[in-house]
Design a protein around this ligand. Structure first.
Ligand code: FES
Ligand SMILES: [Zn+2]
Length: 161
């Protein structure tokens, strides 16, 4: 069965019968129904985890979150999310530099806006169990408010002089 997606009026519904589906657009008293199925198909993420995999050459003054270019941390998230069968509610995505290099390896969890630093693969199970599932912040990993996006942060000052 051929499944295609309808892009008419931002419908996005998948259909195997494009003609019949198109006809349905004409008969619907429109906006309300479209809103309904737009909501139906929106992925209901509970957490979207962004893992910095940015690599810089050794000796760079800001350092980087993935010095070996292995994406080991991101892979650990993918494995542990899979083990807990959290997909598709939880997604673990590779990110470029999150501008928290001095606190890295850096991870941010949205929509909660929780920033973790110095994260290692060994931390991944408890991030998922405690924070993503349990809703608890791991204070030992949390990037302090005084550090987050603060050019005066002592760690940034130390690195860049
Ligand atoms: S290199 Fe990871 S936050 Fe900048
Ligand atoms: Zn800092």
């Amino acid at each position: 069965m051929l499944i295609s997606q309808c892009f008419k009026e931002q419908c996005f519904r998948e259909t195997s019968d494009r003609n019949r589906h198109s006809a349905s657009h004409k008969t619907q008293s429109n906006t309300k129904k479209h809103k309904t199925h737009l909501i139906d198909i929106m992925p209901p993420f509970t957490s979207h985890i962004f893992i910095c995999c940015n690599h810089r050459e050794a000796g760079h003054r800001r350092g980087c979150c993935d010095p070996d270019e292995t994406e080991e941390l991101r892979n650990a998230f993918k494995v542990e999310v899979g083990k807990r069968k959290l997909g598709p509610l939880v997604r673990a995505n590779k990110a470029g530099c999150l501008e928290q290099c001095e606190h890295g390896p850096t991870v941010v969890i949205y929509p909660q806006g929780i920033w973790y630093g110095k994260v290692t693969p060994a931390d991944v199970p408890r991030i998922l169990d405690e924070t993503v599932i349990g809703g608890r912040i791991l204070e030992d990993l949390r990037i302090a408010d005084a550090c987050l996006n603060n050019p005066q942060c002592i760690h940034l000052q130390q690195r860049t002089g």
